[in-house]
Design a protein around this ligand. Structure first.
Ligand SMILES: Cc1cc2nc3c(=O)[nH]c(=O)nc-3n(C[C@H](O)[C@H](O)[C@H](O)COP(=O)(O)OP(=O)(O)OC[C@H]3O[C@@H](n4cnc5c(N)ncnc54)[C@H](O)[C@@H]3O)c2cc1C
Length: 452
């Protein structure tokens, strides 16, 4: 049967664009439908604008610290509107780049919502298109728990477009988006509180990093409230918000920001009609090669709910394009040893196993840890400290995990991720020359175990 396209991709986000471009480059006839914004979450309301806002927030510290280096910066003021307008301009530029990437690689771009009709067809704006394969890459969407007054709260989607910086912000959540936005709001000058219902935020990260981030955020002046959750939000007559907590306390704020989880974006997608099954968590169920319960329909990225990070969506998109159209280059996606960074202030970064995971998995471990004041801060009044940690298998000497909190942690961790991927031992780290004077050299100069 002749199809209109070889591959029809729904969603021009991280995963969809990668799959579409490479499939077209391998010679496939490809169409992409995008209902909202080119580049998806990462480019428009995720990684990229988030990092730009973190850069903006960090200037508060930079300006303060400059005095230690002899600079007098009188009358420094911050304007949220300028930051948001400049961020919007940059995102528009990136949207254009994504358009060119798709169009220049020969992809047919349809800027509208797509709905599955059956195993081989999709409907866009009332028109049907057939394809040998359909790829669902529709990403995720933030959700706010079903509490009275939830309509008064915002999520990351709205935070990127706030017209003014709220004076008092309540951030609810304990994951990376919560700590990043708490750092952004606080750095930009809002009176910021973070509420998390558990004992300590950043579950899944190494315990030393979690404690360290808690201490550093408190030092910077963010009010962290653990074991706390909101039962109800009331709008007060002056327009401000009152959060009534489950323990009966009340907190006033001008903005309540929820970062308590994301759901797969399946709205109006026609999964039932096409017979595509979900897994127990409500994400699209796929096999090892990203086939759904309907084999001609594939799914990748946040909508399958594996590891919700842009590089994972890219890797999954690449794997699909190669398997279908360049099988000689196909390699399965590797979900082990995923490096990641959190752009809180201070930054966190990690690759490999946490100490807790390594012990749980039965490794006998040796722990190396270094805590220090970054050199750049020694001539300033900043009390911020950095943390670096290695988790080493005591029997094989393999480095199982690297963890860091401090400036440029993500930049440093990327190189260490290569070392871990290559199976580096602690001996290899020890035999590597440091680059002096840097913070990163600590990773190759830690000699005395902190714990075994
Ligand atoms: C605030 C925030 C910060 C983040 N920071 C980071 C970070 O620092 N590093 C990192 O690696 N990851 C980060 N992420 C996660 C990252 O953005 C996602 O993992 C990534 O975007 C997932 O890519 P995707 O292709 O699965 O989906 P998306 O990028 O979400 O793309 C899905 C696209 O599909 C479109 N779509 C949905 N339904 C339809 C339909 N029916 N028809 C047509 N189009 C449709 C959507 O409009 C969207 O453009 C962040 C996420 C958030 C929310």
């Amino acid at each position: 049967m002749a199809y209109d396209f070889d591959l029809f991709v729904i969603g021009a986000g991280s995963g969809g664009v990668r799959a579409a471009r490479f499939a077209a480059g391998f010679g496939a006839r490809v169409a992409v439908a995008e209902s909202r914004y080119l580049g998806g979450t990462c480019v428009n309301v995720g990684c990229v604008p988030k990092k730009l806002l973190v850069y903006g927030a960090h200037y508060a510290e930079d300006i303060g610290q400059a005095q230690g280096y002899g600079w007098t910066i009188d009358g420094a003021t911050f304007d949220w509107k300028t930051l948001i307008a400049n961020k919007d301009r940059e995102i528009q530029r990136l949207n254009g780049i994504y358009r060119n990437l798709l169009v220049d690689s020969g992809v047919t771009l349809l800027q509208a919502h797509a709905r599955l009709v059956d195993a081989h067809s999709v409907e866009v704006e009332g028109k049907r298109y057939s394809a040998e394969h359909i790829l669902i890459a529709t990403g995720g969407w933030p959700q706010i728990p079903d509490i009275p007054g939830r309509e008064h709260a915002i999520t990351s989607n709205e935070a990127f477009y706030l017209e003014t910086l709220p004076r008092r912000v309540l951030v609810v959540g304990g994951g990376y988006i919560a700590v990043e936005f708490a750092s952004i709001f606080h750095g930009c000058g809002a009176d910021t509180r973070l509420l998390y219902r558990g004992e300590l935020f950043m579950r899944g990260f190494d315990g030393s990093l979690r404690d360290h981030l808690k201490d550093e955020m408190i030092k910077k002046g963010v009010d962290l409230q653990f074991n706390a959750d909101i039962a109800r939000i009331d709008k007060q007559t002056d327009g401000s918000l009152l959060a009534v907590l489950k323990d009966g306390r009340t907190l006033e704020a001008d903005c309540i920001f929820y970062a308590t989880g994301r759901r797969p974006m399946l709205d109006g997608l026609g999964l039932d009609q096409a017979g595509v099954a979900l897994d127990q968590r409500g994400y699209i169920a796929v096999d090892d090669e990203f086939r759904t319960s309907v084999p001609s329909i594939l799914a990748i990225g946040d909508v399958i709910g594996r590891v919700q990070l842009t590089p994972m969506a890219l890797a999954e998109g690449m794997a699909v394009a190669r398997r279908l159209y360049k099988p000689a280059e196909y390699r399965p996606v590797d979900y082990a040893t995923i490096p990641t960074a959190v752009f809180s202030l201070p930054n966190l970064a990690t690759v490999g196993l946490t100490e807790e995971q390594a012990r749980e998995q039965g490794h006998k471990v040796t722990i190396f840890e270094s805590r220090f004041r970054p050199m750049k801060l020694t001539m300033t009044e900043s009390l911020e400290r950095s943390l670096m940690k290695l988790v080493v298998d005591a029997e094989t000497d393999r480095v199982l995990g690297c963890h860091m909190a401090g400036p440029d942690a993500g930049e440093i961790m990327q190189g260490l991720a290569v070392a871990l991927k290559a199976g580096a031992t602690k001996r290899v780290f020890d035999d590597t020359l440091g680059i002096h004077p840097t913070a990163a050299e600590e990773f190759v100069t830690m000699r005395t175990p902190a714990a075994i």
